[in-house]
Ligand binder design. Structure first.
Ligand code: PLP
Length: 393
């Protein structure tokens, strides 16, 4: 057995990254200094946004988006069940109600037809859906053309939870996220494409929205002369709405700037790993490899491999345990959010509500994918998966 361990995702930190952080640690500003703005500019430039606000993590970014877009009690927000909890929880934070539309069974992103059916059923009850949060799951862009035309038809706000997809392209556009969505959310957690430790950002082409988000990020306090009711002096600030401390530090942003420079090379490595897995599993009927939409190039935050556990008569739980013995720590992305006890109790969701998401959950395993994995690692991982399944029949 290998002494090396494998998880589904892992950061890749270079000497250069470390030096950038050390430089900021030795400067005058650890937080609220110039490196935050530099990181925001680098993000905006890279992803073609006019404005960016960096914040403490991706969950905080989603909360800021919910506040900035004015969601409140009684609003209906729809997202996909196959996502991280935060994509749905952000609506709960502001008192709104959460609903879901099922996933497309081929691409695993929100299904625009299912979404439209859901919007229509709300309309019958005279309810207009306030916002849709689409998630570019695993690094594959959602069907943004279809989502945008639904937005134009029904007038909801459109959010891209883009945490998995920096580096992806949609219709040959690297900067598609802000071109379709009103607000875009990012996370820089260590398993993501590039990291700041904890960290997140909101991107948008709406300057007033980002200005408001920056105020909400720091307690709701503002010194903006256009907003102040009076001005007692240079120290003076006012609070017009309640905000939070969702700030990111300068040394985290230094890491982010340095890491962002390597995003494109990281994506090349991720795509090579995905290709290796594709070639290994594509002709084996026990598995379904992730299909890439012809409109897209995939950023492969995850490599979700569907494995037909039920048909093979194999317990997924036992399979995971056996893989752990081989030092391969697989993951599952995700347990459908509507099946979480909180969501069942609060909104009455039950098994069978979103059948595509539920059947995907039963089969999905996330294979290790991160820069630094070598062919010998991929050999070991793939051979171990097949040998373990063979041994369980
Ligand atoms: C789709 C999605 N949304 C939101 C988040 C939340 O980001 P963070 O962990 O930085 O709070 C994550 C992170 O796991 C995510 O994968």
């Amino acid at each position: 057995m290998k002494s090396k361990t494998y998880s589904y995702g892992k950061q890749n930190i270079s000497g250069e990254d470390i030096e950038s952080v050390v430089r900021v640690l030795q400067s005058d500003w650890l937080t609220q200094g110039p490196t935050v703005g530099e990181f925001e500019k680098a993000l905006a430039d890279k992803f073609g946004a006019q404005f960016a606000a960096a914040c403490s993590n991706g969950t905080a970014g989603l909360h800021l988006i919910a506040l900035g877009l004015g969601w409140s009690k009684g609003d209906v927000i729809i997202t996909t069940p196959i996502t991280f909890l935060a994509s749905a929880n952000c609506a709960i934070y502001v008192g709104a109600d959460v609903d879901f539309a099922d996933i497309d069974p081929i691409y695993y992103t929100i299904d625009p037809n299912n979404l439209e059916d859901k919007i229509k059923s709300y309309r019958k009850e005279n309810i207009n859906v306030k916002a849709v949060i689409a998630v570019d799951y695993a690094g594959q862009p959602s069907d943004w053309e279809a989502l945008k035309s639904l937005k134009d038809k029904y007038g909801f706000q459109l959010v891209n939870d883009f945490c998995h997809a920096p580096g992806a392209e949609y219709k040959n556009d690297y900067c598609y996220a802000v071109n379709y969505a009103d607000a875009v959310n990012m996370s820089f957690h260590p398993v993501k494409h590039f990291t700041t430790g904890e960290g997140g950002a909101v991107l948008s082409n709406d300057g007033n929205f980002i200005k408001r988000i920056k105020t909400l990020r720091t307690h709701g306090a503002t010194k903006d002369p256009d907003i102040l009711e009076k001005n007692d002096g240079p120290w003076y600030y006012e609070m017009h709405e309640v905000g939070f401390n969702y700030r990111i530090t300068d040394f985290q942003c230094a890491l982010g700037i340095s890491q962002l420079k390597k995003l494109d090379s990281f994506i090349i490595e991720r795509r090579k790993i995905a290709k290796y897995y594709d070639n290994f599993f594509k002709n084996d009927e026990r598995f379904i490899i992730p299909h890439v939409n012809k409109n897209s190039s995939h950023a492969y935050h995850l490599y979700p491999l569907q494995t037909k556990f039920d048909e093979l008569g194999i317990s997924k739980k036992d399979f995971f345990e056996k893989m752990k013995e081989k030092n391969i720590f697989l993951q599952v992305h995700y347990i459908p959010v509507h099946l979480q006890p909180y969501y069942r109790k609060r909104f009455g969701f039950k098994e069978g509500d979103f059948p595509e998401a539920e059947s995907f959950y039963k089969r999905e395993i996330s294979l290790p994918i991160y820069p630094g994995l070598k062919v010998e690692d991929l050999n070991y991982i793939t051979e171990s998966i097949v040998a373990t399944i063979d041994s369980m029949k």
